[in-house]
Design a protein around this ligand. Structure first.
Ligand SMILES: Cc1ncc(COP(=O)(O)O)c(C=O)c1O
Length: 371
């Protein structure tokens, strides 16, 4: 057992399973020499917009750029406040700082690990411009109450869907629920490029036009700069690769869900707290995340047995040295702090075998009973 390795992720096995399609897509870009934006990126934008049920998709060079430009298109700037969570990857909050606005951080619902809608309204001030829920681990936030609060207070809703490609809320795809949504195609994501990548989806044509201009130096035509823009364009190779991988996304998502169901079943008798799929959610299990009060000990013991795990995330953003002074936390965030101390993500990727799943759960249950 000590020599058995179950990696947290296995990108190589996935590449091998689609190698001819990927190699052909890469060759197409090398032949047409459209290395930045170009026809493959444009085709990917159409296909991804359709996949999300969104009117428009604008392909970018990262999920962070997607959040930054979504905030700018929504008119967020200095003096404004954006309500989001502390228990997230730092980019959700950093993007608000990029836009010159102040992140106001709210606690999570401990069952879903996503923003607690009941805690939002108390934080709204005349400066609040947007709410930025994060679909953490691939589970959509509870969007109906969030949209209702936003409509009443005339706020923009920006979904951080970086971890949630293919997830659904009450049957609707993430990316089509808020006013704007942001995706990451970082290689480890459920839909991952072979380099950096990201996208915004929206049904608002005005936002889409602004974001298209901002990603390419604020031009409305070549060398005519009407906005203070950025170089946030997607590369042609990433567009071509993502088109191939998008064709497999649904099947990979189903495989992830089946693995999560097996984990749930095999861990049903253990004391470890398993993740909950909320009644509104089609969870896409970017991460399968447990809670346990001796997380660090358990992680080290699993590592000893050759099982790699992850901690997403060990420190909430309001406790990060670079952000503690920049964020505003009018209310305590006990659930965010508790989650940061307890979470442990198990290996999960579509190509995982039954044997690997068994090894993980056997290691876990033997350690849990030994405690
Ligand atoms: C929740 C969340 N938001 C934003 C990002 C930023 O995406 P990227 O790494 O593509 O900039 C990530 C991923 O890294 C993420 O997990």
């Amino acid at each position: 057992m000590a020599n058995t390795k179950v990696p947290y992720l296995d990108l190589k096995t996935q590449y091998q399973s689609i190698r001819p399609e990927i190699d052909e897509a890469i060759a197409r870009v090398l032949d047409n020499c459209q290395f930045v934006l170009g026809s493959e990126v444009a085709a990917f934008e159409n296909e991804f917009a359709t996949c999300c049920g969104a009117g428009e998709c604008i392909a970018l060079n990262s999920g962070t750029s997607a959040l930054h430009l979504a905030l700018l298109a929504a008119g967020v700037g200095p003096g404004d406040e954006v309500i989001t969570v502390s228990f997230t990857f730092v980019a959700s909050v950093a993007a608000v700082v990029y836009a010159g606005a102040r992140p106001v951080l709210v606690d999570i619902d401990p069952r879903s690990f996503t923003i607690d809608p009941a805690a939002i309204e108390a934080l709204i001030t005349p400066r609040t411009k947007a709410i930025l829920p994060v679909h953490l681990y691939g589970q959509p936030a509870d969007m109906d109450p969030i949209m209702e609060i936003a409509r009443r207070h005339h706020l923009v809703v920006i979904e951080d869907a970086a971890q949630a490609h293919g997830a659904k809320y009450k049957g609707r795809s993430v990316g089509s629920i808020g006013d704007i949504a942001c995706f990451s195609f970082y290689p480890t994501k459920n839909l991952g490029a072979y380099g950096e990548g990201g996208a915004v989806t929206t049904r608002n044509t005005e936002y889409a036009r602004t974001i298209r201009s901002l990603r390419d130096w604020g031009q409305d035509r070549k060398y005519h700069h009407v906005l203070h823009g950025y170089n946030y364009r997607m590369e042609g190779l990433q567009g071509a690769i993502l088109r191939v991988k998008l064709r497999h996304l649904e099947q990979w998502t189903e495989a992830r869900r089946a693995i999560a169901a097996k984990y749930n079943q095999l861990l049903a008798d253990s004391e470890i707290e398993r993740p909950s799929e909320m009644p509104w959610a089609r969870h896409v299990y970017h991460a399968y995340t447990l809670r346990t009060d001796d997380r660090d000990v358990l992680q080290a013991a699993l590592q000893e047995k050759g099982i790699q795990t992850g901690i997403h995330y060990p420190v909430p953003v309001h406790r990060q040295p670079a952000y503690a002074e920049l964020v505003h936390t009018p209310l305590a965030l006990p659930q965010s702090e508790k989650a940061a101390a307890e979470v442990l993500s198990l290996p999960l990727y579509p190509e995982m075998t039954d044997d690997q799943i068994q090894r993980v759960t056997q290691a876990l249950t033997s350690l849990a009973t030994a405690r």
